[in-house]
Design a protein around this ligand. Structure first.
Ligand SMILES: NC(=O)c1ccc[n+]([C@@H]2O[C@H](COP(=O)([O-])OP(=O)(O)OC[C@H]3O[C@@H](n4cnc5c(N)ncnc54)[C@H](O)[C@@H]3O)[C@@H](O)[C@H]2O)c1
Length: 315
């Protein structure tokens, strides 16, 4: 099995890379960024291609050269950069995903796993929990690109029998997350405190945001990929994360208990508060993932923070 990870240099891509190496694979990573420090220790166990998914031919060449039969498509622009530069987000997220699917079709790649987001939900939400049938009406460029990609993947599955699957991740927390996005305050509040630096959270104390630990997210990608094709009915799955969603103040309280020298304050940024408003009220139902491929979260809020601290100190 040869797996291509687009966005392999990113926060989730690097963790998934290590999971695949642990399974005995030599994954191929595609990313325009230079190889990150976190991958230097495993550089002999990966193929690193510093390039972009903007170009169909590049993807085709990679798939041919390494005989890729599975793609984890994680490369793309996150929420804040997409809102700032929607034109670039269109090229990277929309055209880029088209390139991935088209290259997979032309080259006979067996499976494409796509990382979508709960930011596909924003307006006109029901009072009941949001499940896989809830209307997706994003207000952000990021969420809009992801809805299109989910639908495009479903089309490729129907028309060309491509084994396309996707998960809608909540905000993912873990050490080493660098890309600015609306929920990054969760990661940075912990990491800055561990570094002995003060940090101003750009949300409000009662902001809630569904989150999960990066180790759970990595495991979700693998579980989804490994499920037999007959188990996959819904195709694109909500993942609820830690339930109930905790507030920023609850996180700050817990960090301060575990890291007494933490200096955390709030300085709400109106644009971010607005982006977070829709997401904060989401109550997610991930029953389809649980029933169809056995999804179950492992890390609670406190377990997540403990493991985050352990991971940080071990580096
Ligand atoms: N981190 C989260 O909280 C979260 C939540 C929901 C969904 N997701 C999705 O998961 C995926 C991975 O997110 P992440 O947190 O690792 O983000 P990240 O920003 O750390 O990683 C994304 C990677 O994509 C790469 N990339 C950008 N343009 C590219 C291009 N043209 N070609 C190839 N690679 C390109 C970037 O260089 C980066 O390394 C993304 O698709 C994101 O939308 C993330």
């Amino acid at each position: 099995m040869t797996t291509l990870i687009t966005g392999g240099a990113g926060f989730l891509g690097t963790y998934l890379t290590k999971l695949l190496i642990a399974e005995g694979e030599k994954p191929v990573l595609l990313d325009p960024a230079p190889m990150p420090e976190t991958l230097k220790s495993v550089s002999a166990e990966i193929e690193y291609v510093r390039n972009s998914l903007d170009c169909l031919s590049i993807l085709i060449n990679i798939i041919r050269k390494y005989s890729v039969d599975r793609i984890f498509h994680l490369g793309g622009m996150l929420s804040a950069p997409s809102d700032e530069n929607p034109w670039a987000a269109f090229n990277t997220n929309v055209a880029g995903t088209y390139n991935v699917l088209e290259a997979a079709r032309l080259e006979g790649v067996k499976q494409v796993i796509f990382s979508s987001t709960i930011a596909v939900y924003a307006k006109d939400l029901p009072a009941t929990p949001v499940d896989d049938k809830t209307l997706q009406r994003p207000t952000s460029m990021y969420g809009s690109t992801k809805v299109f990609c989910e639908l495009l993947g479903r089309f490729y599955a129907r028309k060309f029998d491509l084994d396309f699957r996707a998960i809608r991740l909540p905000s993912v927390i873990g050490p080493g997350a660098r890309t600015m996005n609306m929920s990054i305050y969760n990661c940075w509040a912990i990491e800055k405190s561990l570094n002995g630096e003060p940090y101003e959270l750009f949300c409000e104390p009662d902001t809630r945001c569904p989150v999960m630990y990066f180790k759970d997210a990595g495991r979700a990608f693998l579980l989804l990929s490994q499920a037999g094709r007959s188990q996959i009915k819904t195709q694109v799955y909500n993942i609820a994360g830690i339930v109930p969603a905790f507030s920023a103040q609850q996180l700050v309280n817990l960090i301060t208990r575990k890291i007494p020298e933490a200096r955390l304050t709030f300085k709400p940024d109106p644009a971010m508060v607005e982006l977070l408003r829709g997401i904060g009220s989401l109550v997610l139902d991930d029953e389809c993932a649980r029933v169809e491929w056995g999804w179950k979260i492992k890390y609670s809020l406190e377990e997540m923070l403990d493991d985050f601290i352990r991971e940080f100190k071990s580096k």
